[in-house]
Design a protein around this ligand. Structure first.
Ligand SMILES: Cc1cc2nc3c(=O)[nH]c(=O)nc-3n(C[C@H](O)[C@H](O)[C@H](O)COP(=O)(O)OP(=O)(O)OC[C@H]3O[C@@H](n4cnc5c(N)ncnc54)[C@H](O)[C@@H]3O)c2cc1C
Length: 435
């Protein structure tokens, strides 16, 4: 790769920015944006490259905010923290735990930056929680003119409303104040069931538990349900050998080997999935919330995820099952279901409706287009909204009608970035030109 070549975690996106800069302060971010304006370059921040779309790609100036990863302030009484935007979630979680705090919910992994995660409406699972962007109370942005702008519900409220899920289109986020909760432990129970039973119990499971994750294993009728609930019980981890065996050997290396075998011999994929599904057992543990909610992902994959009204979860999943069976597709990864609360953020995938998320994956290097386009057609019929950081084939024309406050976002974008300083090919496609 060339000196300035950037690529994402999924290895399906790469770009060659004209320049790469690593500012160490908000002032240096502002100077960099001003220099880009003089040079007529666009500006894009890359987080930790965990989006599967080309949302972080640029042929202009790429800013990396690895050095902006500090805690700025902690308000013990209000239970808020102010952090620099480049901090990765694993570091944020550890620093919060040291202060007796935690984020109320998290996604599957903790390698993203906080600003990258909120920019794409990253979420976890649990009907009582919104995505990470709903925890944001205040933000600081460097705007296209190189000025620092603070926004919150009381200061520039219109910008704040939109910038929480800003797709990187409104400016460079430099600081965020986040609402936290007292640190808590979770009791986690994962058990196999059948697809039919999982769907029959879906609402009851969602209503009775705080955090949950559902998986269906394609080519089988096996499903897995994982529920995590608060507990005062002491930490009860698996032994380090069992953790290594389950999380590294079985979930990653052995699973990775099966995926590699499946890529070499696609006709074996259904058998391999059946073998894997048969080996699934019950797992139970108690640990700090962030250790339960986030895990390691060593097998690289590509992913598409759609947000649909929660009431349509059965139609969505059975549609995908029928697609796989009807088209004879070979799918080497489980299909994941999660839920989230409705929120009021204009471009949040959970805007205005209780949401179910359905995610499909294939191991990296497997042709994904036929499967993902088929899934997208099913989600289109359900008014699905694609995760901004995961593969999809939509554009501004198809997306505008799915977001009731689309024009509100476009108005803020037009006001903050009239010359398109923060545009890239992805934003041109999904948002259209700046208006
Ligand atoms: C293994 C894996 C697991 C995942 N699990 C989940 C999950 O559980 N739930 C979920 O919802 N998603 C999940 N995702 C998707 C992921 O959370 C998002 O794609 C997220 O945006 C990645 O964050 P990042 O720091 O890598 O940002 P990037 O992908 O590098 O960038 C994303 C966007 O944020 C913008 N951005 C980043 N920093 C700034 C800044 N400071 N100012 C302005 N714009 C900025 C970028 O310009 C870009 O537009 C997962 C992805 C992977 C690879």
């Amino acid at each position: 790769m060339g000196e300035n070549t950037w690529r994402n975690w999924g290895r399906n996106q790469r770009c060659s920015p004209a320049a790469v800069e690593e500012p160490e302060s908000e002032l240096e971010v502002a100077e960099s944006v001003k220099r880009a304006a003089v040079a007529g370059q666009t500006v894009k921040v890359a987080g930790s490259g965990h989006s599967f779309t080309d949302i972080a790609c640029t042929d202009g100036r790429l800013l990396r905010l690895e050095a902006l990863d500090r805690f700025v302030a902690v308000d013990d009484e209000a239970k808020t923290v102010t952090v620099e935007a480049g901090i990765q979630l694993w570091k944020l979680n550890e620093e919060l735990a040291r202060r007796g705090l935690a984020l109320a919910n998290l996604g599957d992994i903790d390698r993203q930056t906080i600003s990258g995660a909120i920019a794409t409406a990253t979420h976890g699972g649990g009907a009582r929680f919104g995505g990470l962007a709903t925890f944001v109370q205040e933000m600081e942005l460097v705007t296209a003119g190189g000025e620092v702008l603070r926004c919150s519900p009381d200061e520039e409220p219109e910008i704040f409303a939109c910038a929480r899920v800003g797709l990187g289109a409104l400016g460079v986020v430099t600081k965020l104040t986040l609402r936290c909760v007292p640190a808590f432990r979770l009791h986690s129970l994962e058990r196999p069931t059948t697809l039919e039973q999982m769907l029959a119990d879906f609402d009851a499971t969602v209503d009775a538990n705080e955090h949950m994750d559902f998986y269906w294993w394609p080519h089988t009728d096996v499903a897995t349900v994982k529920v995590n609930n608060r507990t005062d019980d002491p930490v009860r981890r698996k032994s380090s050998y069992k953790t290594w065996r389950d999380e590294v050997l079985l979930s990653n290396y052995l699973f990775g080997a099966l995926c590699a075998l499946g890529r070499l011999r696609p006709s074996r994929v259904p058998d391999l999935m059946r073998t894997t599904a048969k080996s699934l057992g019950k797992t139970e543990l108690v640990d700090e919330s962030h250790r339960v909610l986030c895990s390691r992902r060593l097998v690289r994959f590509v992913e598409m995820e759609y947000a649909v009204p929660r009431a349509d979860v059965g139609k969505a999943l059975l549609g995908v099952r029928d697609l796989i069976e009807g088209e004879g597709l070979r799918v080497d990864f489980p299909v994941e279901l999660r839920v989230a609360a409705a929120d009021d953020i204009p471009l949040s995938t959970a805007h205005g409706r209780e949401t179910a998320y359905l995610a499909v994956h294939l191991s990296s290097g497997t042709p994904f287009e036929r499967y993902f386009r088929g899934v997208e057609a099913i989600m289109d019929d359900l008014g699905g909204r694609p995760h901004w950081g995961k593969m999809h084939f939509q554009d501004a024309a198809t997306l505008a009608t799915r977001y009731p406050e689309w024009e509100r976002f476009q108005a803020v974008r037009g006001r903050l970035d009239p010359d398109g300083r923060f545009r890239n090919a992805y934003l041109d496609r999904v948002l259209g030109p700046v208006r």
